[in-house]
Design a protein around this ligand. Structure first.
Ligand code: GAR
Length: 196
């Protein structure tokens, strides 16, 4: 049983990615991060990777003829980085089916709402929080779940709740939820790795 490998997918600021990096450095996650895959060359997550000495690869769906070809490009990189666990940490596009099939049970996502509510196509980032506020919900939160072929519909592993407060904007709610994401995601990762 060697050290376990984590590969992270991110599309934006990468604050969840940073929470994983910090947890690995603090030994509260017993693994190493072997790489970061992104679909955007101009994001803070890439700087976070290079500051931590983690290789990153930009794989743009627009450069491939279809989702299968895009997936094959991802699978090539994964072959090299040999993940025991793949973590989608703010990855804003759908993972191709050939990837989710190959890594079934070993690929998880964090979503900024209490799934099964406010998930699926079109529900990502700030749009999720806007929808929660527009619906007048009293609470929201975050969910870590397994990723399968169905967007945001894989089995739920764990959730954390936060209250919706009077006067909340999508930004203030996002901040409150994000704070919980940064606790929940590393916890779940360690819990899953310890069972592998
Ligand atoms: C996080 O809130 C994450 O849950 C959400 O995007 C944000 C990324 O922030 N993910 C989704 O909406 C996926 N459907 P980060 O880049 O700072 O981690």
């Amino acid at each position: 049983m060697g050290v376990k490998n984590i590969v992270v997918f991110a599309s934006g600021s990468g604050s969840n990615f940073q929470a994983i990096i910090d947890a690995v450095e603090a030994n509260s996650i017993d693994a190493r991060i072997t790489g970061l895959i992104t679909n955007n060359s101009n994001i803070q997550a890439i700087d976070r990777a290079s500051n931590a000495g983690i290789p990153s690869r930009v794989i743009l769906p627009s450069q491939y003829s279809d989702s299968t070809a895009f997936g094959l490009a991802i699978l090539d990189v994964l072959e090299e980085w040999k993940p025991d666990l793949i973590v989608l940490a703010g990855y804003m596009i759908k993972v191709p089916t050939n990837v989710t099939r190959r890594y079934r049970g070993r690929i998880i996502n964090i979503h900024p709402a209490l799934l099964p509510k406010y998930g699926g196509k079109g529900y990502y980032g700030e749009r999720v929080h806007r929808a929660v506020l527009e619906a007048g919900e009293q609470e929201s939160g975050c969910t870590v779940h397994y990723v399968d072929e169905d967007y945001d519909r894989g089995p739920i592993i764990d959730q954390k709740k936060v209250p919706v407060l009077p006067g909340d904007t999508p930004q203030t709610l996002a901040e409150r939820v994000l704070h919980e994401e940064h606790q929940l995601l590393p916890q779940v990762i360690q819990q899953l790795l310890s069972k592998l």
